[in-house]
Design a protein around this ligand. Structure first.
Ligand code: NI
Length: 204
């Protein structure tokens, strides 16, 4: 079991009711192989619109990223519901934030399936998928834990996964991690603070 660690003192994890400032200690030399910093990172994927995208396409905007899979019975729909409501709560500032749903189940989550699935959520959520390697690289960069429980039917498997929502700044740096169970209001408030501390400049 990999334990996420946040030791750079920059990234703040926002829980259901608490804003948790994280330890400032520098990474220690004794850090185990499963104990690593979550920094986020580059990705190269294909959107549910069919367009190829990379993280660099969103520079100048905040990215609000949720990792999941469309066959998820409960956790992912709830996470995307929270993202959807938080986006609505941002009101006129909403267009400074690009919400992304990145699938880690590309064998089932085709572009078409993502497009169909996302109908029920906020219309600006962009679904991203890709090859197995591309989606795994994206998930790994954000420390997403995924394990698949294969059922007898080859396409009927479920996937246990960690469930954080990530806020990435216009510079591509990870700013906040929201825990599972955060309210849409708390998420929107925390995003608004980040928007307020960031001078509003036109995207390149
Ligand atoms: Ni899920």
């Amino acid at each position: 079991m990999r334990t996420p660690s946040w030791r750079n003192g920059r990234v703040v994890c926002v829980g259901a009711a608490v804003l948790l400032a994280l330890a400032h200690s520098a990474p220690s030399a004794a850090e185990g192989e499963h104990d690593r910093m979550i920094r986020g990172g580059p990705f190269s994927l294909v959107a549910h619109t069919g367009r190829e995208v990379t993280d660099r396409d969103f520079r100048g905007k905040f990215m609000l990223i949720y990792f999941g899979y469309t066959s998820c019975p409960d956790v992912c729909p709830l996470g995307l519901q929270v993202v959807s409501e938080a986006m609505r709560a941002l009101a006129e500032q909403e267009d400074r934030v690009q919400p992304l749903f990145i699938s880690f189940d590309p064998s089932r989550d085709t572009v078409e399936r993502l497009a169909h699935y996302l109908h029920r959520f906020h219309p600006r959520i962009l679904g991203l998928t890709g090859t197995k390697e591309q989606t795994l690289a994206a998930a790994n960069a954000y420390g997403v834990n995924v394990s698949a429980a294969y059922a007898e039917k080859p396409r009927g498997y479920s996937m246990n996964h960690s469930s954080f929502t990530y806020l990435v700044g216009p510079d591509g740096r990870l700013r906040l991690m929201f825990r599972d169970g955060v309210s849409p209001r708390a998420m929107a408030d925390a995003i608004r603070k980040q928007l307020g501390s960031q001078p509003q400049t036109a995207a390149e």
